[in-house]
Write a protein that binds this ligand. Sequence first.
Ligand SMILES: [Zn+2]
Length: 377
Amino acid sequence: MSITGKFLAQKWNVNSKHSLYKKEGNWYHIIEDFPGAYFDGNGYVIFDSKSEYDNNPYLQIGETVHVKNGISKMPNYIRVIEKGVNYWWVNQGRTWEHEYNGGFLWAPYKNSAGRPCWHWDTMDELQKGDYVFSYVRGQIVSVSKVKGPTYKSQKPKEFSDWSRDGRRCDVVYKIANTPIVIMDHLDTIKSFLPTEHSPLQKNGLANQIYLVQLNEELGEYLINFFDERTLFYDNAQIGQTEDVEQVILKDDGESKRRTITVVVTRVVRDTQLSKDIKRKYDYSCQICGLVIKTNTKSGKYAEAAHIKPLEKDGDDKENNIICLCPNHHTMLDYGSISINDDYTLLGADGELHTNHRINKDNLKYHRDNIYSKNEPH
Ligand SMILES: [Zn+2]
C-alpha cells in the first residue's frame, strides 16, 4: 500500500480535513481545506486556517508549494515517534507472588545509603504496552504488559525490605504455560546478552538488579515462548473490563473481526475450601498440569476456580471448585473454554483431570451461559 496523507492523518490521529504527503517534505500541492496538514515520513505540520497558511513565511505558494528545507525545519513541525514494543527483564525472587497478585511492579527511589539506583530508576522508562519478563529462581515464569506510566507509591505492606518511598507501575501478568528454564536455553540467550547492564552473567546466574531493558533480539526470542492466546487479553487479571477483538470464522470460511466487551469478575478468594482443593492437587493445574513454584510457605501457586461463578449464585462448595493455573482460570472465566460432562474441553484440546466429584449442573451452566456467550451467532 502506498502512503497517503489521509492514511498518516488517521494513523497519527491528526485532525485535518486535507492531508498531503511527500516523503522528502519539500514540495506539495496546495491545501484546499482547513485545518490542513503536510506530512513527511516522520511528522507533520498543521495549518488551522487559510490565512495562517497563505502567510506562512516557510511556504512558497505558486502552482504548487515549495518548502525550502522541508517541513521538518518549520518551527511548528511535529515529529511523530513511532514506538516499537520494548522488552524488559525484572528479577522478582521474593516479591513475585505479591507483585503478581497485586498486578504491579514496585521499586524504591533510594537505597539504604540514600542514593538512587539505576536499575530502580529504569521503572520510570516503562511505557504502556511494554512487555516485562519475570525472572524467578532460574526461570522466566511470566510476562507482564505495562498498563501505563509509573507513579509515586509507598512501599506495599507485604514488603519488608527497602525504604518507604517508591514508584509503582501497574501491569497485567501472563503466566508462561511452561516456564522458560534459563539453563536450557543458555547458549542462545547468551548470544543476545549485552556486555553492559545485562540481567544475566555468562554462566546463566542472575545479576543483582531489578529492572533492565532487553534488546529486541532477546525480547523477541523470549516472547515466542508465550502462547498467543495468553497474550490476547490485555487486562485479564482481576476486576477489569476490556474490549477484546476476536477473529470469527464464518460458515463460508471467511474470517471477520469483531470487538466484544468482557467483564473480568474474577476475585481472588482464598477460603479454606480453596486451599484444600489446591492442596489436593498439589497446586497442579487440573487442565495442563502446570505447577508454579514460588517462595511462599507452600512453595507453589495455583488458583481455585469456581465453575458457576459466585456472582451468579454458584456454590462455594467442593463440587463447584477446580484447581487451575492463572491462564486456564482466566480462559474459564472468560468463557474461551468450557468443560463437557465427560470432562473433555470445549474450545480447546485437552481435558479436565479430576479426582473429586464435580457438579454437572454447574458444568452445564458454564457451557450455556458463559462459554456460549463468546460464540459467534
Ligand atoms: Zn493450566
